[in-house]
Design a protein around this ligand. Structure first.
Ligand code: SER
Length: 323
């Protein structure tokens, strides 16, 4: 296997995390060295104009292989996935994209002796009965198809580390909150939508109830965690594809109260839908000592500093008519 990260392929680059991660990687590794790819959704002008962009299908090995050969790729960051909400509406699509797409990436990574593969996991690996603060090592019994694919993806990637010596790494993202690209089809999406609606309409109708408490993270910390894990020395890692990463944890009422500090007229009401059961099956918080010890993980934002930043960014966008 190679060691050095020089030419990076990002799948799912048009998504919530992929879009910002690609731009961050381009700043660090050079615009021409980060190949952004997506399935169908048009990339933003910034993403398309800041470096190479191609449409591929991660379920079709030939279309991924074409990119690897064309650009001499040595690192794949596999962000393409179907999230929990869409996964419950269409479990077969979720299985197909998340499992078959992942094994395509892993097999090509072995074949082309990649320096590194990053495959994110999620708080969705846990299910009912998990302690409120999920330990690093605990039973993984999810009740969503998305969670099933994430558990299987972690195990599969760890198998490739052991069996083939592939340097694959992954972390269990909490709900990610950001002001650039909207998330699509997840359960934690309410924690992003609430900020957009607060700025645009001073009101939000939330699809989970006010006691719903989940682990969350602001995008700058998400990008930092991904880059830090990717760049950590392999010999320091005891875990590989299943790192817990904590940042903050709050219920919806606390989130709404944090927004009210800046927008006092903000109101919220609750109309829980099928995603309530998904949220209820996940833990409130995570215990992340392994990430802190093995690669120095340390988040920077808390709820109030995130709220201040989110509202400032979105108010600016709203003034420009962008949202
Ligand atoms: N944000 C994801 C979801 O809600 C969890 O990883 O599906």
């Amino acid at each position: 296997m190679k060691k050095e990260i020089k030419k990076i392929l990002v799948t799912g680059s048009v998504g919530q995390i992929g879009s910002e991660l690609t731009l961050t990687l381009r700043k660090k590794y050079g615009a021409e060295n980060v190949i952004a790819t997506g399935r169908k959704t048009e990339p933003s002008k910034e993403l398309r104009e800041s470096g190479p962009f191609h449409f591929i299908n991660v379920n079709d090995p030939a279309s991924v292989e074409e990119m690897i050969k064309k650009y001499n790729i040595d690192t794949i960051i596999h962000m393409a996935a179907i999230l929990s909400g869409v996964g419950e509406k269409n479990p077969m699509l979720c299985w197909d994209v998340n499992m078959n797409g992942t094994i395509v990436i892993l097999n090509l990574a072995v074949q082309y002796e990649m320096a590194r593969v990053i495959i994110p996991s999620s708080i969705a690996v846990w299910g009912p009965g998990t302690p409120a603060k999920a330990p690093q090592e605990t039973a993984l019994k999810p009740t969503t198809m998305y969670g099933v694919t994430k558990v299987a993806g972690e195990l599969l990637a760890d198998y490739y580390v052991k069996k083939f010596g592939l340097d694959s790494r992954g972390l269990r993202y909490p709900g990610i909150i950001s002001s650039e690209t909207m998330p699509g089809g997840g359960t934690t999406d309410y924690a992003v939508a609430i900020y957009y609606e607060a700025v645009k309409n001073k009101h939000y109708t939330c699809f989970v109830n006010e006691q719903t408490k989940l682990p969350m993270m602001y995008m700058p910390d998400c990008l930092k965690s991904t880059m830090d894990l990717m760049e950590a020395p392999f010999e320091n890692l005891k875990h590989h594809n299943d790192f817990n990463v904590g940042s903050m944890s709050f219920d919806v009422k606390t989130l709404a109260d944090s927004i009210k500090k800046y927008i006092p007229e903000f109101t919220i009401n609750y109309e829980p839908d099928f995603r309530q059961a998904i949220a209820d099956s996940w833990p409130d918080d995570v215990e992340d000592t392994a990430a802190r010890e093995e690669w120095g993980w340390k988040p920077s934002y808390d709820l109030d500093s995130m709220t201040k930043d989110m509202l400032a960014n979105l108010t600016e966008k709203h003034k420009k008519g962008l949202i």
